[in-house]
Design a protein around this ligand. Structure first.
Ligand code: NAI
Length: 335
């Protein structure tokens, strides 16, 4: 069976890691027809918008997209395309498995955390204004509906993946109403899943716990901003942004993308590590029911890292993106 999937190559290192990922998918034998669409600053120059309507239409039609990173200007300029996509398509759950790979020196052996981040609200709602010169306000929006569905998603995920514990990460000691609402909803949802242990931790303590012993954590459920920061921290614990994948899941569509950004410092040099997007594509294959090619790629990634002969620069090696991809494709094809 062939699948039609939207591909947004993105900018910076996006096109390089997207091409590598397409090649690995092809080597796995899965049949995919790509609908390629661009978004971001370069598109805005020609089209007057960073996110043309046909990109959203394509994802709505195909229900699945693979996406490279897209840069967002800091402090000024257009709104993040990534945030807009998540809000427009109501991709409410951002799932980021933080796992160590064999041979990559993690801070702790066998780290295996999954961060489930609420993806549509919080300070990312983009509700900002200058009240008067010198005074800026940013509104943190948290609704009961979003808290409920993200907590349910986290517990369902834990159940499906045979995980033991779900920890809610919050700052309800200070933000008593907004983070307090998440905590209150979490406690109610947790009662419906008696087989899974619920736990609560304040975000600053969570950051310290992750650095001291990440293996004490299992599934984390949290708000948008805390989830963003903790997933980069998690990436740092297992070898860096080059390897951590992600999925944005909604009720009717899903967009798979790495945790990392467009890495302008290495863009165009052909040295980016494509592993994170490849692992995001593996999540995508599981999502569309292509378990066999997904497992084939997973086995090949594990084996390639275990052998340790071919590594990109972020992990101390000298391989280019193309050399790494060639080696992985050979391993995938060998089965
Ligand atoms: P970044 O993740 O792009 O880069 C941080 C550091 O990690 C850089 O030194 C970079 O070279 C390295 N790195 C990242 N991915 C790598 C890979 N695959 N292989 C090797 N090294 C890698 O974060 P930064 O610099 O804060 O953001 C750059 C741009 O990306 C910004 O415009 C930001 O808005 C955007 N961004 C987009 C995201 C998305 O599309 N979902 C997510 C995060 C950031």
């Amino acid at each position: 069976m062939s699948h039609t999937i939207t591909l947004i190559p993105g900018d910076g290192i996006g096109p390089e890691v997207s091409e590598a990922t397409q090649r690995v998918l092809e080597a796995s034998g899965v049949k995919i027809e790509w609908e390629v669409h661009n978004a971001g600053a370069a598109v805005a120059e020609k089209r007057g918008t960073t996110l043309p309507a046909e990109v959203l239409e394509s994802i709505r039609r195909n229900k699945v997209a693979l996406k490279g990173p897209i840069g967002t200007p800091i402090g000024k300029g257009f709104k993040s395309v990534n945030v807009t996509l998540r809000q427009e398509l109501d991709l409410y759950a951002n799932v980021r498995p933080v796992r160590s790979l064999p041979g990559v020196e993690p801070r702790f052996e066998g780290t295996d955390i999954c961060i489930v981040r609420e993806n549509t609200e919080d300070l990312y709602a983009g509700l900002e204004l200058m009240i008067m010169p010198g005074i800026a306000q940013s509104i943190k929006l948290i609704t009961e509906r979003s808290c409920k569905r993200i907590c349910e998603y986290a517990f369902d995920y834990a159940k499906r993946m045979n995980r033991r514990r779900v920890t809610v990460v919050h700052k309800a000691n200070i933000m008593k109403l907004s983070d307090g609402l998440l905590l209150e909803v979490f406690r109610k949802v947790a009662m419906l899943y008696p087989a899974i242990e619920p736990a609560e931790v304040i975000v600053d303590a969570c950051a310290m716990n992750m650095v001291r012993n990440a293996n004490k954590l299992d599934v984390i459920v949290t708000e948008n901003l805390y989830g963003d920061i903790l997933s980069d921290l998690g990436a740092g614990l297992v070898g860096g942004l080059g390897i951590v994948p992600g999925a944005n899941i909604g009720t009717s569509s899903a967009v798979f993308e790495a945790v990392h950004g467009s890495a302008p410092d290495i863009a165009g040099k052909g040295i980016a590590n494509p592993t994170a997007l490849i692992q995001s594509a593996v999540m995508m294959l599981h999502h569309i029911g292509e378990t066999s090619p997904a497992e084939r790629i997973e086995r090949a990634v594990t084996e390639l890292y275990k052998r340790g002969e071919v590594r990109t620069g972020d992990l101390g090696g000298a391989a280019t993106t193309a050399e790494f991809t060639d080696a992985l494709c050979r391993m995938v094809a060998a089965g």
